[in-house]
Design a protein. Structure first.
Length: 337
């Protein structure tokens, strides 16, 4: 999508698309619980009940091999990753390496959240994908999830030959919502650390990129969706304070706030965005896209007018959800170019 005008951005969140409205009325989004861990479990069960409707509802062993691995972390613990490899072997030039971080407000979610993308990227693009199960807050607050994600990236590079990946061809990090935040943070951290081979692409799906307590005054008039996007059937009027209380990030840290990174954004990897027009996180994605382009970074931006946060996972039966998944594949293929 070409660069959006402010009028187009605002219009995308002005009303609920008829298909989104009908789907949300038929099956309202509700995953609450009396305690946080109950809420976490209810969310996982809710998504598990829907996965038979996904374009790739489960493993496809005749096309993609899946294996589990333990990854050591810097604090002496370990996390799990799931690795996906194309059965037919790498394409000419080798298999790109894709490292994915799941959604869930840094406090929920698991490997199943990125199964669909990893299977699709491996099957259709010949990628080797590493799906990271970073540790969650509140048991493991900031910056543990960031450190886990970076440690998993380093592990993936160290074991690239064993995994039959060729990261020198292309190295992508990606994720949705909190996973998009982690991917953006990791892309900047890799640039700062002169990681070799370098990250060449970042997939930022409905990402959280600019905390509401650190918005530059000059941009405040463009940062309205956090408070004004009350029509989103998943997040509604987002109150980020509860999530922040659980994650406990350090205000202004480059590991939390990629928009205000003190080193700027020049030299970071090209980015592909997918963003819902109703999503309270919409405006920060638009602003981050602009910041990247102003720094000379190539971007591609897809905006889904009238649709909300992670709509394609909560209502996978919608036609627009299928189109979203197709757009994901095309966008990641563009990152690989």
């Amino acid at each position: 999508m070409a660069h959006l005008t402010r009028e187009e951005v605002l219009k995308s969140g002005s009303e609920v698309a008829p298909e989104q409205k009908k789907a949300a009325e038929a099956r309202p989004y509700a995953t609450s619980g009396n305690a946080f861990l109950e809420h976490r479990a209810n969310r996982a069960a809710h998504l598990d009940r829907l996965r038979h409707l996904y374009p790739i509802p489960g493993p496809i062993p005749d096309q993609v091999t899946e294996t589990m691995h333990d990854v050591p972390t810097r604090d002496g613990s370990s996390i799990r990753v799931r690795v996906y490899q194309p059965v037919k072997g790498p394409p000419e030039g080798g298999s790109p390496l894709v490292v994915m971080y799941h959604e869930g407000g840094w406090s929920m979610g698991d490997l199943s959240d990125e199964d669909l993308n990893c299977r699709m990227f491996s099957r259709d693009l010949g990628c080797v994908c590493v799906n990271v199960e970073y540790r969650l807050a509140p048991e493991h607050p900031f910056p543990t999830p960031v450190h886990d994600c970076y440690d998993a990236l380093l592990w993936s590079l160290l074991h690239a030959s064993t995994l039959r990946a060729t990261p020198t061809r292309s190295l992508i990090v990606g994720g949705a919502s909190a996973g998009g935040n982690l991917a953006a943070v990791i892309a900047l951290l890799a640039r700062d650390n002169n990681l070799q081979p370098p990250i060449t692409g970042q997939y930022l799906c409905v990402p959280a990129l600019l905390p509401d307590d650190n918005v530059p005054a000059r941009l405040a008039h463009l940062y309205q969706s956090r408070s004004s996007s009350v029509l989103d059937p998943v997040l509604g009027k987002l109150d980020a304070s509860g999530i922040v209380d659980i994650y406990q990030p350090e205000h202004g840290s480059r590991l939390w706030d990629p928009f205000n990174h003190p080193g700027g954004h020049a030299g970071v990897a090209r980015a592909f965005f997918q963003v819902g027009g109703l999503d309270p996180l919409r405006d920060e994605a638009v602003l981050y896209d602009r910041a990247l382009r102003e720094a000379g970074v190539l971007t591609r931006f897809e905006l889904y007018a009238g649709f909300g946060h992670v709509f394609w996972t909560n209502w996978p039966e919608m036609e627009r959800s299928g189109e979203f998944v197709g757009d994901t594949l095309r966008g990641v293929r563009w990152l690989l170019e």
